[in-house]
Design a protein around this ligand. Structure first.
Ligand code: ASP
Length: 348
């Protein structure tokens, strides 16, 4: 059986959390050493020895965090850690809190162009210290996918979320439950694989193996994510645009791209054109796609400053917009946003 080298980066999250002082205090992440000390499977039986043909290297974010505290700087530092170890490892596991895991997975998918190794994010709904924890299963599953060579598995050269029994494309995944072990789903794209007694990987869905790694780690924070609701008035948004506070908007429209009727939308789109702001139009629906012009209620968005997000998730839309603005000059942004970069959209 072939040997593999896997790099595990622990960033925090419920996976390693404990209530430190008293029953009253909230959960916060513990150190990687505490996890290794405790994890029954790691401590009592030689857990990592079970993976005889896998050699591991470990690192932890400093400090480890609840994933609510993950920022664009953290995405950069996770990316740079992976880059520093890229050539001498076969796969990467990132242990991450579930709350913002779909954002990080999407962000990393854009950062790494030409990826030829698996980057697998995982975490858990119950801490590893809990007797019914899902942490060990999730970590083991992620290790199998990252160490594919040692288990005779198909290589998944993508940023993925491996959680419960699912392997999901990272930029298609959403956190869909705060409670269920099945914490993530991929509403608009089939699972890349399933982890049952056998591990099944849908080879025909995978992105092509990359030839040359190219990283871009810029992310703009001058964006907003606006969910339209009945009676929504775009005046506040208009002010942000005319005051040049923002360079991009993810607009979560009704259905296929529809908005409540108001002349202010025409004003807003014109202001975007004059102030170099792009709108990425997405749908509030979990399932389905943007189709601008299908209804009269979306015609106001037919401008070259409005880019249809098709069936993109909210998390991928926001990170794609931040990444595009952070790395490309204005005149290239609309074309990059409209294209399918890492399998995040299905073009009609
Ligand atoms: N608040 C935790 C986090 O995202 C939740 C979790 O990991 O499940 O870090």
């Amino acid at each position: 059986m072939a040997k593999s080298k896997v790099f595990i980066l622990y960033t925090g999250g419920t996976f390693g959390m404990q209530a430190l002082d008293s029953a009253k205090s909230g959960l916060r992440p513990g150190s990687w050493d505490q996890i290794l000390q405790y994890m029954p499977a790691v401590n009592k039986s030689p857990y990592f020895d079970h993976f005889k043909n896998v050699s591991f290297n470990f690192a932890a974010l400093d400090p480890v965090v609840d994933s609510s505290d993950i920022s664009t700087d953290t995405w950069k530092s996770i990316s740079e850690t992976i880059e520093a170890h890229y050539n001498d490892h076969d796969g990467f596991v990132v242990i991450h809190g579930t709350d913002t895991m779909a954002y990080t997975a999407s962000a990393l998918s854009f950062v790494f162009q030409g990826l030829s190794k698996p980057i697998i994010l995982t975490g858990s709904q119950l801490p590893v210290f809990h007797p019914r924890t899902d942490a060990i299963t999730n970590l083991s599953n992620a290790i199998y996918i990252a160490a594919y060579k040692s288990f005779d598995l198909i290589k998944v050269p993508e940023v993925c979320i491996c959680f419960n029994d699912d392997i999901l494309r990272g930029n298609r995944a959403v956190k869909s439950s705060t409670l269920d072990f099945e914490g993530f789903s991929s509403p608009n794209f089939r699972n890349l694989g399933h982890l049952e007694q056998d591990i099944l990987i849908n080879k025909n869905l995978l992105l092509e193996d990359g030839l040359q790694l190219d990283m871009k780690t810029g992310f703009s924070r001058k964006v907003v994510n606006v969910t339209i609701f009945p009676g929504y008035d775009p005046s506040v948004l208009l002010k942000l645009v005319t005051d040049r506070q923002i360079e991009g908007v993810v607009l979560k429209t009704f259905g296929a791209g529809n908005l409540p009727h108001s002349d202010k939308w025409t004003e807003l789109v014109r202001a975007c054109e004059e102030n170099g702001v792009l709108i990425l139009a997405t749908t509030q629906c979990q399932n389905g796609s943007i189709d601008l012009g299908k209804y009269k209620s979306s015609e106001v968005l037919m401008s070259d400053h409005v880019i249809p997000g098709f069936d993109i998730t909210s998390e991928a839309a926001l990170t794609k917009l931040m990444w595009v603005i952070g790395n490309y000059p204005f005149d290239e942004r609309a074309a990059v946003l409209a294209s399918n970069l890492r399998g995040e959209i299905s073009l009609a």
